[in-house]
Design a protein around this ligand. Structure first.
Ligand code: ATP
Ligand code: MG
Length: 215
């Protein structure tokens, strides 16, 4: 309740971070399922910035990845998009992003739900200041083909103590799509229709993305 006696409802915001090189239906479905399952107010997509030595890492330019994410999320009224990591000069870390995003809202008026695939969650102890993450957000772990779904239920035991009570396992329909697979398909001249939204497909062809040999 605020000083005028009005009840303040905490906004529940999903955050979908990723390289999105390119964004595909696996990302969109994970975000949409989480939105409805947890009754979120919105989901903010946060494409990562350009990694240092980006040429060596072979990741597409942040502006291209941002534009594809914009095209993919445009038609969904509860999907939003942020440039927070793209506009940052230093390399992007989830913990810094969440800390900064909290300042966008009045204190205690927002709860963050960071949405990740099972592959990413199982790697979380390699992230910067990973023990701080549960103090900043709940972590939603969605299943992903190729990663044993039964691990979803076991997550509390697989993750460090700090994550207890802060991880929400969520079973979603499985889509066996990865950006790596899409890039490979383009390189070898295969079709990508129905793996990515049509506008993303057109953008990829228009800009000639993923055609370089040796990516
Ligand atoms: P790459 O193959 O380049 O690693 P990716 O398909 O894994 O790409 P990312 O941008 O790395 O996509 O993933 C962003 C987030 O989306 C991660 O948390 C990842 O686990 C999740 N994710 C990606 N693809 C799927 C999918 N098919 N189903 C569920 N979650 C997914
Ligand atoms: Mg990945």
């Amino acid at each position: 309740m605020n000083l005028d006696g009005h009840v303040i409802r905490t906004r529940k915001i999903g955050i979908m971070g990723g390289t999105f090189d390119p964004i595909h239906y696996g990302h969109l479905l994970a975000a949409e399922e989480t939105f409805f399952a947890l009754g979120l107010d919105e989901v903010i997509f946060v494409p990562t910035g350009d990694p240092p030595h980006k040429r060596m890492k072979g990741v597409s330019l942040a502006e291209d990845r941002y534009t594809m994410t914009l095209l993919a999320t445009l038609a969904n009224p509860h999907f939003k998009l942020s440039r927070i990591e793209i506009d940052r000069k230093e390399s992007s870390h989830t913990v810094d992003t969440l800390r900064e995003m909290r300042h966008w809202y009045a204190p205690d008026s927002v709860q963050f739900f960071f949405i990740t695939g099972l592959d990413a969650v199982l790697n979380i102890t390699t992230w910067k200041e990973y023990k701080t993450l549960p103090t900043l957000c709940k972590i939603v772990a969605v299943n992903r083909p190729g990663y044993q779904t039964e691990k979803l239920g076991l997550l509390p035991d697989l993750l460090p103590e700090e994550f207890k009570g802060h991880v929400i396992p969520l079973e979603t329909p499985l889509l066996s799509i990865s950006s790596t697979e899409i890039r490979k398909r383009i390189e070898s001249g295969k079709n990508i229709r129905y793996l990515v939204p049509e506008l993303v497909e057109r953008y990829i062809y228009k800009k000639g993305l993923y055609k370089r040999i040796g990516r």
